[in-house]
Design a protein. Sequence first.
Length: 519
Amino acid sequence: MLKKHMILKNHYSDSVALMRIAADLEALPGILQATVIMATEANLERARAIDLLDELIEAQPNNILIAVSTQDANAAAAAFSEVEMQIKNLSSNKDLPTTIEPEAKSILMSVERNAELNLALISCPGEYAGAEAKKALNLGLNVMIFSDNVSVREEVDIKNIGLDKDLLVMGPDCGTAIINGLPLGFANVVTDGPVGIVAASGTGLQQVSSLLSQWGVGISQAIGTGGRDLNAEVGGISMIQGLNTLLEDNKTKVIVLISKPPSNDVAEKVINVARAGSKPVIVCFLGWDDKRSDDLVQFARVLDDAAEFAYVKVNNGNVPQRRNFEINCGVEEFDHNKDQKYLRGIFSGGTFCYETQLILSDSLGPVWSSTPIDQAFRLKNSWISQEHTVIDLGDDEFTQGRPHPMIDHRTRHERILQEARDPETAVILFDVVIGYGSHANPAAEILTSIEGARNIAAKENRHIDFVGFVCGTDRDPQQFTRQIEMLKSAGVKLAESNSKATLLAVSLIKTNPVTKDYK
């Protein structure tokens, strides 16, 4: 096997565009693996970790590195030519009408051209994201920082600047928001309405906003905070600021707060702000057991409950009309053999992975993961499952040098086939997340994997159940109903939400009832 690389000096492109180019390269004949990245030190380390670079190279963070593994030097040359062409197309304005101005090269240039701009979306290497965010704030812009690898100290600094200027800072590592009806990052096309959301979880925000939209309740604003916002070091700056913004917003009638379990002190600060307001607030700190629910502040343990509680508040006590899934069945006469004892969850959404661990821990016992709730059950090797295992393939460990699984299905395809080869696998649970930024037809991709897995199991006279759910709406480009119908036609057992799908998967593993009530 040959390893080849090329450096394009003094070029920049955002990570999503580069990931798509890398996916195109891996589809070329003779290319076994490829990465296209900005040549930051962190990215170079990742390229070495996935065995695409053997040597130390001289590259600067404003260079693009292309690295491939191949058995054919000519294939590598063709790949490099393809990258150069695509990068040129990304930056070229030659096909634009002469009446359109060239692309702005800085935040300042953008503001000078349009004084009405009020939000900057920042996606650049983490070491530069903080400086760009401060530039935007000093120009009077609210900020959404898609970039990760920003230090906690700098995050606090940026958020305090925003607080002082009465400007919102979403992020760092904020992948999802819906502002004034505009989806940003990985977001869904939802209806306009009275529910406001503040979330330290991208897929958590997507799940709640999509469920509400499916049930006919729209979203006023959906504000992301970044995943560390409710840590003790950050102190919930963006969560509290977002909550106060929605409390003052005339359009917002009900508020939902979403996060993985926060610092206790930060949680109390947030809850106290909610109690000081006059609007109903649903608090979903996943797994958070709080018995202090009342008419003003209501606690939800899982995302589905948070969405339903918000719906009930908006609709004067009426519950939502739930979707009926014909294949959403309970316990069946299932034909797993005596060795098939375990559930394997393979997720693209980190919050879904976490929520599933919560439910499985209460119903099936210990759950292993690369991102475990209980550190005693951290997998020794994240690429190899044991017993009941739940994996977040969107975690940095799995995305080094590869696109996120919401964009590119290859890592999940490999993992599903791997689980199918394990004679102890009985059920495979998965999410399908649609919306802007996600794959154009994820159901089609995962059905290819399911077919391959079934063929592997059938050769050994085994049957594997596949259980899933789709997070999205019919207004999304991929269309919720279309994705559902494709999965149903292939015999996938479906539920309306992640927590419902998890409970369905549990019912296929064991016949005794789930020990904790999640409804």
